[in-house]
Design a protein around this ligand. Structure first.
Ligand SMILES: Cc1cc2nc3c(=O)[nH]c(=O)nc-3n(C[C@H](O)[C@H](O)[C@H](O)COP(=O)(O)O)c2cc1C
Length: 184
């Protein structure tokens, strides 16, 4: 039996993709994992826009920061994760909807990893361009651009990008982030 922790540890935000297409079954499983995330009052304030057409895929690339475009443009699957704070009418609607989107995103990342996919979320993109390219108006909020695909060869990447993918994954020690009774 695969433990969830094994998948959590195996997941990496890699930047090398090959051109093997991602089939509909795999996409369906990603969407199932995404939509079955928990959310505040089960409001499910998340939307996922796939860039399917050639034009949408190019528009997606144009939204990315230069650094991200250098490796993400070749990924076969491109998605925009959108929060809807309008579905969280209580105080803290933005925080709540973005938190819920984060949970849904992590479900998608872990499901992808379990199927041998690399999925990489990005914060480096232009909000105005994303809104215009994918028809996202207020109060909806683009929260992440995400690419997915099967692993490629790391040595096909530019040297600076290769260096990022060759770095070991690191985390803060537990003592720095977990406390008893009071913070600090
Ligand atoms: C919301 C979010 C935004 C991110 N933005 C970027 C990005 O713009 N470019 C990038 O190369 N990686 C990005 N990452 C990947 C992180 O750098 C990565 O998750 C972190 O370094 C930990 O590495 P790991 O995911 O392999 O464990 C992002 C990750 C998340 C969750």
């Amino acid at each position: 039996l695969t433990q969830v922790l094994d998948i959590i540890m195996a997941r990496r935000s890699d930047r090398h993709f090959c051109d093997r297409p991602v089939g509909e079954l795999a996409i369906g499983a990603l969407v199932e994992a995404f939509r079955w995330a928990p959310s505040s009052s089960n409001r499910q304030p998340w939307r996922l826009v796939f860039a399917c057409s050639e034009a949408a895929s190019r528009a997606f690339d144009d939204c990315l920061s230069e650094g991200n475009r250098a490796w993400a443009a070749v990924a076969p699957v491109k998605m925009v994760l959108v929060a809807n704070p309008g579905e969280q009418p209580d105080r803290g609607a933005v925080q709540s909807s973005v938190l819920d989107c984060g949970l849904a995103l992590q479900n998608l990342l872990l499901q992808g990893c379990s199927m041998g996919l690399t999925i990489h979320a990005m914060a480096g993109w232009d909000d105005a361009r994303v809104r215009a390219a994918f028809s996202i108006g207020e109060p909806l909020l683009p929260v992440a651009l995400v690419v997915a695909g099967y692993r490629g060869a790391v040595d096909t990447l530019a040297p600076d990008v290769q260096a990022k993918d060759r770095k070991p994954r690191v985390r803060r020690p537990v003592a720095e982030i977990v406390f008893a009774d009071r913070l600090g």
